[in-house]
Design a protein around this ligand. Structure first.
Ligand SMILES: Cc1ncc(COP(=O)(O)O)c(C=O)c1O
Length: 400
């Protein structure tokens, strides 16, 4: 008897229904492959929304975690531990920034970025108290806290969670004129995803990010790049901003930073920005804990080799060529960079959810975003053959 139906029922019975997972129950994984409770194998083409860029249970990361578990797991930031400095220094070097502030989840990194930008605005830029304003983009996804959903334009994410935090101006994504017009003397930051993942892997027009950089410099406004999903190799470069030669004032990082093992996020910025925080003004019990640092420093070392960025660029070209050939054969549009793709399926054929269910039946796990859009983000350890196999399965699903 199959174990999956009962396991799905039990999972639904004991939790709030804030997700609508595909009906697969995973019990083990390695590299790009997952195995369910009934022994069926799946290729992971979601990679934990990019939290698994290095695949499941990467040996170097698992070894680091095991070694750390045997020695020291938690201290709180009340004391310093011996993994902290290496992690912060190596991540700061990878980012080309002076300082790093570790947190846990992506939303916490975003909240940290917002708080730092506001404090910088009052203390450095001279914005009158309580007047700081941050420009954000339509279609954004930065996390789930009450402040962050306050400037979401997705009603599912936002509705009935008010009262909302003021201090944000929303402008269309990719429209430099609108962004420029929204900046005033009280604007402390522009907060953007360099590619909007949750919105369907939306790549802004060429020149947009350099334009944002230029305007932010001219108007003394911080450019905060939320690279939580787009960063750390996903797009074929360390950061999605790299493709256009742009360096933001602040990187927000998360997901893959934890190596698919522990939640690790971070803010990286220069001392004139992150230095506004003084003891007692911000923190997190678990932020920068020994286990997190031990794993994340190995993540940084994997990235420092450049191998994963190269794989993502090369294999991404193959993935996009394969997907591009399906336009007009069930796909309406394909977007993305590297091993990251947003696909619009012809809505007359099926919803994104239906496509993902049919892909799962064929052993490929992916996730819909909105309507008929699905997102593909395989681990960067995926092979050419596995990409070709996944594209062939998608073609079969689209062909009905
Ligand atoms: C761009 C971006 N920022 C922030 C977040 C929030 O991260 P977390 O779910 O770890 O809080 C996400 C999560 O999907 C994201 O894609």
């Amino acid at each position: 008897m199959l174990r999956t139906p009962g396991a799905v029922r039990d999972a639904e019975r004991w939790t709030a229904h804030n997700y609508h997972p595909l009906p697969v129950v995973i019990s083990s994984a390695e590299g790009a492959w997952l195995t369910d409770v009934d022994g069926r194998r799946y290729l992971d083409f979601l990679a934990g929304y990019s939290a698994l860029n290095f695949g499941h249970r990467h040996p170097q990361l698992i070894a680091a975690a095991h070694a750390q578990l045997d020695r020291l797991t938690l201290t709180s930031r009340a004391f310093i531990h011996d993994q902290f400095a290496d992690f912060c220094r190596e991540l700061a070097e990878l980012c080309g920034k002076d300082l790093v502030l570790p947190m846990n989840t992506g939303a916490e990194a975003v909240e940290t970025g917002i708080k730092v930008a506001r404090k910088w605005g009052y203390q450095v830029k001279g914005v009158p108290t309580g007047q700081a304003n941050i420009v954000v983009a339509e279609g954004n996804f930065h996390g789930r806290t009450t402040t962050i959903v306050s400037f979401s334009t997705d009603e599912d994410a936002r509705a009935d969670f008010g009262p909302y935090t003021p201090g944000f101006t929303v402008v269309p994504y990719g429209d430099l004129d609108a962004l420029t017009a929204a900046i005033d003397e009280n604007t402390v930051a522009v907060l953007l995803e360099p590619i909007q993942g949750e919105q369907g892997v939306v790549v802004p027009p060429e020149g947009y990010l350099p334009g944002v950089r230029r305007v932010c410099t001219e108007r003394n406004v911080l450019f905060i790049a939320d690279e939580i999903q787009s960063g750390l190799g996903r797009t074929g470069a360390t950061f999605a901003c790299d493709h256009e030669g742009v360096t933001p004032d602040m990187y927000l990082l998360g997901k893959a930073l934890g190596g698919g093992i522990v939640p690790v996020s971070a803010v990286a910025a220069d001392a004139d920005v992150l230095g506004v925080l003084k003891p007692g003004q911000h923190g997190s019990t678990f932020g920068g804990n020994p286990l997190a640092c031990a794993v994340a420093v190995e993540v940084v070392r994997l990235l420092a080799t450049g191998e994963f960025q190269r794989r993502s660029a090369e294999l991404g070209a193959r993935l996009h060529a394969g997907l591009g050939a399906l336009i007009g054969k069930g796909l309406v549009a394909v977007r993305g960079r590297g091993l990251w793709a947003g696909l619009d399926i012809d809505p007359a054929l099926m919803t994104g959810r239906e496509a993902c269910e049919r892909l799962a039946e064929r052993g490929i796990l992916a996730k819909d975003t909105h309507g008929s859009t699905i997102r593909l983000a395989p681990p960067l350890v995926v092979t050419e053959e596995e990409i070709d196999h996944a594209v062939a399965q998608l073609a079969a699903v689209l062909a009905g």
